[in-house]
Design a protein around this ligand. Structure first.
Ligand SMILES: C[S@@+](CC[C@H](N)C(=O)[O-])C[C@H]1O[C@@H](n2cnc3c(N)ncnc32)[C@H](O)[C@@H]1O
Length: 411
Protein backbone atom coordinates (compact mmCIF):
# COMPACT_ATOMS: atom_id res chain seq x y z
CA UNK A 1 0.00 0.00 0.00
CA UNK A 2 1.37 3.41 -0.90
CA UNK A 3 0.69 6.36 1.33
CA UNK A 4 0.93 9.97 0.16
CA UNK A 5 2.73 12.01 2.78
CA UNK A 6 2.25 15.77 2.97
CA UNK A 7 5.20 17.73 4.30
CA UNK A 8 3.84 19.16 7.61
CA UNK A 9 5.54 22.47 6.84
CA UNK A 10 4.11 22.75 3.31
CA UNK A 11 1.60 25.53 2.53
CA UNK A 12 -1.11 22.89 1.98
CA UNK A 13 -0.52 21.32 5.40
CA UNK A 14 -0.33 24.70 7.13
CA UNK A 15 -3.63 25.70 5.48
CA UNK A 16 -5.25 22.48 6.63
CA UNK A 17 -4.04 23.20 10.18
CA UNK A 18 -5.43 26.72 10.01
CA UNK A 19 -8.84 25.45 8.86
CA UNK A 20 -8.83 22.91 11.67
CA UNK A 21 -8.00 25.58 14.26
CA UNK A 22 -10.61 28.05 12.96
CA UNK A 23 -13.24 25.32 12.87
CA UNK A 24 -12.40 24.07 16.36
CA UNK A 25 -12.70 27.61 17.73
CA UNK A 26 -16.06 28.08 16.01
CA UNK A 27 -14.90 30.80 13.61
CA UNK A 28 -15.51 28.66 10.52
CA UNK A 29 -18.97 27.14 10.39
CA UNK A 30 -19.64 27.20 6.66
CA UNK A 31 -18.19 24.42 4.47
CA UNK A 32 -17.63 26.74 1.51
CA UNK A 33 -15.60 29.07 3.75
CA UNK A 34 -13.53 26.12 5.03
CA UNK A 35 -12.87 25.10 1.42
CA UNK A 36 -11.82 28.66 0.53
CA UNK A 37 -9.31 28.82 3.43
CA UNK A 38 -7.99 25.40 2.41
CA UNK A 39 -7.39 26.55 -1.17
CA UNK A 40 -6.21 30.17 -1.16
CA UNK A 41 -2.41 30.48 -0.82
CA UNK A 42 -2.24 33.16 1.91
CA UNK A 43 1.56 33.27 1.72
CA UNK A 44 1.38 34.84 -1.76
CA UNK A 45 -0.31 37.93 -0.26
CA UNK A 46 2.33 38.48 2.42
CA UNK A 47 5.17 41.01 2.36
CA UNK A 48 8.37 39.56 0.93
CA UNK A 49 10.35 37.54 3.44
CA UNK A 50 7.36 36.50 5.61
CA UNK A 51 7.97 33.01 7.01
CA UNK A 52 5.41 30.39 5.94
CA UNK A 53 4.50 29.71 9.57
CA UNK A 54 3.67 33.41 10.07
CA UNK A 55 1.70 33.50 6.82
CA UNK A 56 -0.56 30.74 8.12
CA UNK A 57 -0.84 31.87 11.75
CA UNK A 58 -4.29 33.10 12.85
CA UNK A 59 -3.08 36.66 13.07
CA UNK A 60 -3.04 39.89 11.09
CA UNK A 61 0.20 40.81 9.30
CA UNK A 62 1.09 44.49 8.78
CA UNK A 63 2.00 45.28 5.17
CA UNK A 64 2.27 49.09 5.01
CA UNK A 65 3.19 51.85 7.45
CA UNK A 66 2.64 55.60 7.32
CA UNK A 67 5.36 58.23 7.91
CA UNK A 68 4.62 58.06 11.68
CA UNK A 69 5.37 54.32 11.68
CA UNK A 70 1.72 53.36 12.27
CA UNK A 71 0.28 50.50 10.24
CA UNK A 72 -1.90 51.70 7.37
CA UNK A 73 -2.50 48.33 5.73
CA UNK A 74 -2.40 44.71 6.79
CA UNK A 75 -3.62 41.29 5.82
CA UNK A 76 -6.41 40.83 8.35
CA UNK A 77 -6.60 37.98 10.86
CA UNK A 78 -8.16 34.79 9.40
CA UNK A 79 -10.67 34.38 12.28
CA UNK A 80 -12.09 37.81 11.55
CA UNK A 81 -12.16 37.26 7.79
CA UNK A 82 -14.06 33.98 8.28
CA UNK A 83 -16.49 35.74 10.63
CA UNK A 84 -17.12 38.61 8.20
CA UNK A 85 -17.63 36.43 5.11
CA UNK A 86 -20.14 34.30 7.01
CA UNK A 87 -21.86 37.33 8.57
CA UNK A 88 -22.29 38.76 5.06
CA UNK A 89 -23.89 35.46 3.98
CA UNK A 90 -21.77 35.30 0.85
CA UNK A 91 -22.94 32.48 -1.42
CA UNK A 92 -22.15 31.09 -4.89
CA UNK A 93 -23.23 33.78 -7.36
CA UNK A 94 -23.10 36.68 -4.82
CA UNK A 95 -21.94 40.13 -5.89
CA UNK A 96 -19.58 41.46 -3.24
CA UNK A 97 -17.90 44.82 -2.69
CA UNK A 98 -14.89 44.89 -0.37
CA UNK A 99 -13.67 48.24 0.97
CA UNK A 100 -9.96 48.01 1.82
CA UNK A 101 -7.86 45.58 -0.23
CA UNK A 102 -4.90 43.37 0.27
CA UNK A 103 -5.99 40.60 -2.05
CA UNK A 104 -6.26 37.67 0.34
CA UNK A 105 -9.80 38.34 1.58
CA UNK A 106 -10.89 39.10 -1.98
CA UNK A 107 -9.47 35.72 -3.07
CA UNK A 108 -11.41 33.97 -0.28
CA UNK A 109 -14.53 35.79 -1.45
CA UNK A 110 -13.84 34.80 -5.08
CA UNK A 111 -13.64 31.15 -4.00
CA UNK A 112 -16.98 31.39 -2.19
CA UNK A 113 -18.90 33.31 -4.90
CA UNK A 114 -17.51 31.03 -7.63
CA UNK A 115 -17.61 31.72 -11.37
CA UNK A 116 -21.18 33.07 -11.29
CA UNK A 117 -20.34 35.74 -8.70
CA UNK A 118 -18.42 39.02 -8.69
CA UNK A 119 -15.86 40.47 -6.31
CA UNK A 120 -14.82 44.13 -6.46
CA UNK A 121 -12.24 45.45 -4.00
CA UNK A 122 -11.46 49.15 -3.51
CA UNK A 123 -8.34 50.57 -1.85
CA UNK A 124 -7.14 54.15 -1.53
CA UNK A 125 -3.43 53.22 -1.60
CA UNK A 126 -2.02 52.65 -5.11
CA UNK A 127 0.78 50.49 -3.70
CA UNK A 128 -1.72 48.18 -1.97
CA UNK A 129 -3.78 47.98 -5.17
CA UNK A 130 -0.74 47.05 -7.31
CA UNK A 131 0.36 44.41 -4.81
CA UNK A 132 -3.15 42.96 -4.52
CA UNK A 133 -3.56 42.75 -8.31
CA UNK A 134 -0.23 40.95 -8.75
CA UNK A 135 -0.86 38.50 -5.91
CA UNK A 136 -4.44 37.78 -7.04
CA UNK A 137 -3.24 36.96 -10.56
CA UNK A 138 -0.42 34.80 -9.24
CA UNK A 139 -2.82 32.96 -6.92
CA UNK A 140 -5.29 32.31 -9.74
CA UNK A 141 -7.96 34.98 -9.14
CA UNK A 142 -7.47 37.45 -12.02
CA UNK A 143 -11.26 37.95 -12.22
CA UNK A 144 -11.28 40.02 -8.99
CA UNK A 145 -11.51 43.72 -9.85
CA UNK A 146 -9.21 45.85 -7.69
CA UNK A 147 -9.99 49.55 -7.94
CA UNK A 148 -7.78 52.39 -6.69
CA UNK A 149 -10.17 54.97 -5.21
CA UNK A 150 -11.51 56.37 -1.95
CA UNK A 151 -13.83 53.60 -0.74
CA UNK A 152 -16.05 56.20 0.97
CA UNK A 153 -17.89 56.32 -2.36
CA UNK A 154 -18.12 52.55 -2.86
CA UNK A 155 -17.95 51.51 -6.51
CA UNK A 156 -21.27 52.17 -8.24
CA UNK A 157 -20.27 50.59 -11.57
CA UNK A 158 -20.12 47.12 -9.99
CA UNK A 159 -23.35 47.38 -7.97
CA UNK A 160 -25.84 46.64 -6.69
CA UNK A 161 -24.10 44.27 -4.28
CA UNK A 162 -25.50 41.45 -2.18
CA UNK A 163 -22.85 42.24 0.41
CA UNK A 164 -20.58 45.17 1.19
CA UNK A 165 -17.72 44.12 3.48
CA UNK A 166 -15.70 46.97 4.96
CA UNK A 167 -12.22 45.95 6.12
CA UNK A 168 -11.09 49.29 7.48
CA UNK A 169 -12.26 50.99 10.70
CA UNK A 170 -14.80 53.73 10.13
CA UNK A 171 -16.70 56.07 12.41
CA UNK A 172 -19.55 56.62 9.93
CA UNK A 173 -21.62 54.80 7.29
CA UNK A 174 -21.41 56.76 4.03
CA UNK A 175 -24.60 56.74 1.96
CA UNK A 176 -22.94 55.07 -1.04
CA UNK A 177 -22.36 51.87 0.93
CA UNK A 178 -26.03 51.45 1.69
CA UNK A 179 -27.10 52.98 -1.65
CA UNK A 180 -25.11 50.37 -3.58
CA UNK A 181 -26.60 47.44 -1.66
CA UNK A 182 -29.16 45.26 -3.42
CA UNK A 183 -32.52 44.85 -1.73
CA UNK A 184 -32.02 42.41 1.16
CA UNK A 185 -28.24 42.95 1.02
CA UNK A 186 -25.92 42.91 4.03
CA UNK A 187 -23.36 45.48 5.16
CA UNK A 188 -20.58 44.17 7.41
CA UNK A 189 -18.62 47.01 8.90
CA UNK A 190 -16.17 47.74 11.74
CA UNK A 191 -17.91 50.79 13.20
CA UNK A 192 -16.14 52.86 15.86
CA UNK A 193 -18.54 54.13 18.49
CA UNK A 194 -17.04 56.32 21.21
CA UNK A 195 -13.64 54.77 20.63
CA UNK A 196 -14.83 51.15 20.69
CA UNK A 197 -15.01 49.27 17.39
CA UNK A 198 -17.57 46.57 16.76
CA UNK A 199 -17.94 44.57 13.57
CA UNK A 200 -21.64 45.15 12.85
CA UNK A 201 -23.80 43.06 10.54
CA UNK A 202 -26.30 45.61 9.24
CA UNK A 203 -29.51 45.08 7.32
CA UNK A 204 -31.93 47.70 6.04
CA UNK A 205 -35.23 48.18 7.85
CA UNK A 206 -37.14 51.02 6.20
CA UNK A 207 -35.04 54.19 6.33
CA UNK A 208 -32.45 52.81 8.75
CA UNK A 209 -30.09 49.90 9.34
CA UNK A 210 -30.35 47.39 12.18
CA UNK A 211 -27.37 45.47 13.55
CA UNK A 212 -28.17 41.78 13.76
CA UNK A 213 -24.75 40.94 15.21
CA UNK A 214 -21.86 42.83 16.80
CA UNK A 215 -18.35 41.59 17.55
CA UNK A 216 -15.38 43.40 19.07
CA UNK A 217 -12.63 43.85 16.51
CA UNK A 218 -9.79 46.11 15.39
CA UNK A 219 -8.82 47.44 11.97
CA UNK A 220 -6.52 50.13 10.61
CA UNK A 221 -8.35 53.48 10.45
CA UNK A 222 -10.00 54.88 7.36
CA UNK A 223 -8.04 57.40 5.27
CA UNK A 224 -9.44 59.84 2.69
CA UNK A 225 -12.81 61.54 2.98
CA UNK A 226 -13.97 59.45 5.94
CA UNK A 227 -10.78 59.97 7.95
CA UNK A 228 -11.79 60.73 11.53
CA UNK A 229 -9.04 60.02 14.05
CA UNK A 230 -10.87 61.59 17.02
CA UNK A 231 -9.17 63.92 19.50
CA UNK A 232 -5.99 62.93 21.28
CA UNK A 233 -5.12 64.43 24.67
CA UNK A 234 -1.64 63.51 25.90
CA UNK A 235 -1.81 63.33 29.71
CA UNK A 236 1.80 62.19 30.19
CA UNK A 237 3.27 62.68 26.73
CA UNK A 238 2.57 59.57 24.66
CA UNK A 239 2.70 57.33 27.73
CA UNK A 240 -0.87 58.15 28.79
CA UNK A 241 -3.28 59.49 26.19
CA UNK A 242 -6.97 60.19 26.51
CA UNK A 243 -8.88 59.67 23.25
CA UNK A 244 -12.16 61.55 22.73
CA UNK A 245 -14.46 60.45 19.93
CA UNK A 246 -17.20 62.99 20.51
CA UNK A 247 -16.23 66.46 19.16
CA UNK A 248 -18.69 68.18 21.52
CA UNK A 249 -16.98 66.93 24.70
CA UNK A 250 -15.45 69.93 26.52
CA UNK A 251 -12.34 69.34 28.58
CA UNK A 252 -9.67 71.51 30.12
CA UNK A 253 -6.55 69.67 28.95
CA UNK A 254 -4.18 71.40 31.41
CA UNK A 255 -6.52 70.66 34.31
CA UNK A 256 -6.71 66.98 33.32
CA UNK A 257 -2.91 66.80 33.18
CA UNK A 258 -2.61 68.57 36.53
CA UNK A 259 -5.14 66.13 38.03
CA UNK A 260 -2.54 63.39 37.68
CA UNK A 261 -0.27 65.24 40.11
CA UNK A 262 -2.84 65.12 42.92
CA UNK A 263 -3.83 62.17 45.14
CA UNK A 264 -6.18 59.77 43.39
CA UNK A 265 -9.32 57.93 44.51
CA UNK A 266 -9.56 54.16 44.14
CA UNK A 267 -12.59 51.97 44.93
CA UNK A 268 -13.43 48.35 44.25
CA UNK A 269 -16.91 47.15 43.29
CA UNK A 270 -18.52 43.82 44.21
CA UNK A 271 -18.67 43.02 40.46
CA UNK A 272 -16.34 40.31 39.15
CA UNK A 273 -15.76 38.39 35.92
CA UNK A 274 -13.95 35.21 34.99
CA UNK A 275 -10.61 35.98 33.38
CA UNK A 276 -11.63 34.31 30.10
CA UNK A 277 -15.14 35.83 29.98
CA UNK A 278 -14.66 37.87 26.79
CA UNK A 279 -18.40 38.59 26.52
CA UNK A 280 -18.38 40.34 29.90
CA UNK A 281 -15.55 42.68 28.94
CA UNK A 282 -17.06 43.34 25.51
CA UNK A 283 -20.43 44.32 26.94
CA UNK A 284 -19.19 46.23 29.98
CA UNK A 285 -17.01 48.44 27.75
CA UNK A 286 -19.91 49.25 25.45
CA UNK A 287 -22.24 49.77 28.42
CA UNK A 288 -19.91 52.36 29.95
CA UNK A 289 -19.34 53.99 26.55
CA UNK A 290 -23.11 54.21 25.95
CA UNK A 291 -23.84 56.46 28.91
CA UNK A 292 -25.12 59.84 27.73
CA UNK A 293 -22.34 61.79 29.47
CA UNK A 294 -18.75 62.76 28.65
CA UNK A 295 -16.62 59.71 27.82
CA UNK A 296 -13.18 58.84 26.55
CA UNK A 297 -10.79 55.94 26.35
CA UNK A 298 -7.43 55.85 28.00
CA UNK A 299 -4.39 54.37 26.26
CA UNK A 300 -1.34 53.86 28.43
CA UNK A 301 2.12 52.43 28.44
CA UNK A 302 1.68 50.41 31.62
CA UNK A 303 5.39 50.11 32.32
CA UNK A 304 6.11 53.80 31.96
CA UNK A 305 3.08 54.84 34.03
CA UNK A 306 3.43 52.12 36.68
CA UNK A 307 2.46 53.41 40.12
CA UNK A 308 0.36 56.20 38.61
CA UNK A 309 -2.11 54.55 36.23
CA UNK A 310 -2.99 50.89 36.14
CA UNK A 311 -5.77 50.13 33.65
CA UNK A 312 -5.88 46.46 32.74
CA UNK A 313 -6.89 47.29 29.17
CA UNK A 314 -4.05 49.49 27.99
CA UNK A 315 -5.62 50.36 24.63
CA UNK A 316 -9.36 50.81 25.20
CA UNK A 317 -9.87 51.64 28.85
CA UNK A 318 -13.35 53.12 29.49
CA UNK A 319 -13.07 56.54 31.17
CA UNK A 320 -15.75 58.86 32.57
CA UNK A 321 -14.97 62.58 32.46
CA UNK A 322 -15.75 66.06 33.57
CA UNK A 323 -13.88 69.10 32.26
CA UNK A 324 -11.13 68.76 34.87
CA UNK A 325 -11.40 65.19 36.21
CA UNK A 326 -11.56 61.60 35.03
CA UNK A 327 -12.09 58.07 36.35
CA UNK A 328 -11.21 54.91 34.48
CA UNK A 329 -12.24 51.25 34.79
CA UNK A 330 -9.66 49.18 36.57
CA UNK A 331 -9.33 45.52 37.43
CA UNK A 332 -7.45 43.47 39.97
CA UNK A 333 -7.03 39.74 40.27
CA UNK A 334 -9.23 38.36 43.01
CA UNK A 335 -7.80 34.88 42.50
CA UNK A 336 -6.24 32.92 39.62
CA UNK A 337 -9.55 32.83 37.73
CA UNK A 338 -11.36 36.04 38.63
CA UNK A 339 -11.03 39.76 37.98
CA UNK A 340 -12.65 42.30 40.27
CA UNK A 341 -13.83 45.55 38.69
CA UNK A 342 -13.08 48.91 40.23
CA UNK A 343 -12.60 52.59 39.44
CA UNK A 344 -9.62 54.91 39.75
CA UNK A 345 -10.19 58.66 39.58
CA UNK A 346 -8.21 61.89 39.43
CA UNK A 347 -9.11 65.55 39.81
CA UNK A 348 -11.60 67.61 41.86
CA UNK A 349 -14.58 65.46 40.74
CA UNK A 350 -12.76 62.13 41.24
CA UNK A 351 -14.99 60.99 44.13
CA UNK A 352 -18.21 61.58 42.19
CA UNK A 353 -16.88 59.98 38.98
CA UNK A 354 -15.59 56.91 40.84
CA UNK A 355 -18.96 56.52 42.61
CA UNK A 356 -20.74 56.87 39.27
CA UNK A 357 -18.55 54.25 37.59
CA UNK A 358 -19.06 51.78 40.45
CA UNK A 359 -22.79 52.41 40.27
CA UNK A 360 -22.82 51.80 36.50
CA UNK A 361 -20.92 48.53 36.99
CA UNK A 362 -23.55 47.43 39.50
CA UNK A 363 -26.40 48.21 37.08
CA UNK A 364 -24.63 46.40 34.23
CA UNK A 365 -24.07 43.38 36.48
CA UNK A 366 -27.72 43.24 37.58
CA UNK A 367 -29.42 44.06 34.29
CA UNK A 368 -27.20 43.51 31.26
CA UNK A 369 -24.28 41.17 31.69
CA UNK A 370 -26.32 38.08 30.86
CA UNK A 371 -28.08 39.70 27.91
CA UNK A 372 -27.14 39.88 24.25
CA UNK A 373 -25.87 43.46 24.47
CA UNK A 374 -27.49 46.63 23.17
CA UNK A 375 -29.65 47.12 20.10
CA UNK A 376 -27.63 49.16 17.58
CA UNK A 377 -29.37 51.00 14.76
CA UNK A 378 -27.96 53.43 12.18
CA UNK A 379 -30.17 56.25 10.89
CA UNK A 380 -29.68 59.02 8.35
CA UNK A 381 -28.08 62.11 9.98
CA UNK A 382 -30.67 64.51 11.36
CA UNK A 383 -33.30 61.80 12.01
CA UNK A 384 -35.48 62.64 15.03
CA UNK A 385 -36.01 59.40 16.88
CA UNK A 386 -39.03 58.83 19.10
CA UNK A 387 -38.31 58.49 22.85
CA UNK A 388 -37.02 55.07 23.73
CA UNK A 389 -37.70 52.94 26.71
CA UNK A 390 -34.36 51.94 28.17
CA UNK A 391 -31.07 53.79 28.19
CA UNK A 392 -30.02 55.16 24.82
CA UNK A 393 -26.97 56.96 23.49
CA UNK A 394 -27.07 58.77 20.15
CA UNK A 395 -23.80 59.12 18.23
CA UNK A 396 -24.15 61.84 15.57
CA UNK A 397 -21.79 61.74 12.58
CA UNK A 398 -21.59 63.51 9.22
CA UNK A 399 -23.81 60.97 7.41
CA UNK A 400 -25.52 59.03 10.16
CA UNK A 401 -26.91 58.92 13.66
CA UNK A 402 -26.14 55.70 15.50
CA UNK A 403 -28.44 54.74 18.37
CA UNK A 404 -27.20 52.31 21.03
CA UNK A 405 -30.16 51.20 23.16
CA UNK A 406 -30.08 49.03 26.27
CA UNK A 407 -33.59 47.69 26.67
CA UNK A 408 -35.02 47.58 30.15
CA UNK A 409 -32.31 49.69 31.72
CA UNK A 410 -33.54 52.18 34.26
CA UNK A 411 -30.68 54.56 33.60
C1 LIG B 1 -6.83 45.96 7.00
S1 LIG B 1 -6.45 46.47 5.39
C2 LIG B 1 -7.50 45.46 4.39
C3 LIG B 1 -7.26 43.98 4.54
C4 LIG B 1 -7.68 43.17 3.36
N1 LIG B 1 -9.11 43.27 3.07
C5 LIG B 1 -7.27 41.73 3.44
O1 LIG B 1 -7.43 41.05 2.42
O2 LIG B 1 -6.80 41.23 4.49
C6 LIG B 1 -7.26 48.03 5.25
C7 LIG B 1 -7.04 48.71 3.93
O3 LIG B 1 -7.94 49.80 3.85
C8 LIG B 1 -7.34 50.76 3.02
N2 LIG B 1 -8.06 52.03 3.18
C9 LIG B 1 -7.94 52.99 4.13
N3 LIG B 1 -8.78 54.00 3.87
C10 LIG B 1 -9.44 53.70 2.75
C11 LIG B 1 -10.44 54.34 1.98
N4 LIG B 1 -10.93 55.54 2.31
N5 LIG B 1 -10.87 53.72 0.87
C12 LIG B 1 -10.40 52.49 0.50
N6 LIG B 1 -9.45 51.85 1.18
C13 LIG B 1 -8.98 52.43 2.30
C14 LIG B 1 -5.89 50.77 3.45
O4 LIG B 1 -5.06 51.31 2.43
C15 LIG B 1 -5.66 49.29 3.72
O5 LIG B 1 -5.05 48.67 2.63
Amino acid sequence: MTETMTDPASPEALRADLVEQLTAKGWIIDKAVAAAFARVPRHLFMPEGTALAAAYADDSVPTRRGPDGKTTSSVSAPWLQAYMIQAAQVRPGSRVLEIGSGGYNAALLAEVVGPAGTVVSVDIDAHVVAHARTALTQAGYPQVQVICADGEHGYADGGPYDAVIVTVETSDVPPDWTGQLASGGVLVIPLRMRGHTRCLTLRADGDHLVATAALQCGFVPMQGHGRDPGRRIPLRGDDAVLMLDDPTTRVDEDALRAALDRPSVQRWSPVTAAIDDGHAFETVHLWLASQPRPYGILKVDREKTAGLLDPQDRFFCPTLLTEDSFAYLTLRKQDAETWQFGAHGFGPAADALVADLIDLLTVWNAQHRAGPGPRITVHPAGTRLPDSSGMRLLVPRRHTLTAITWAGSER
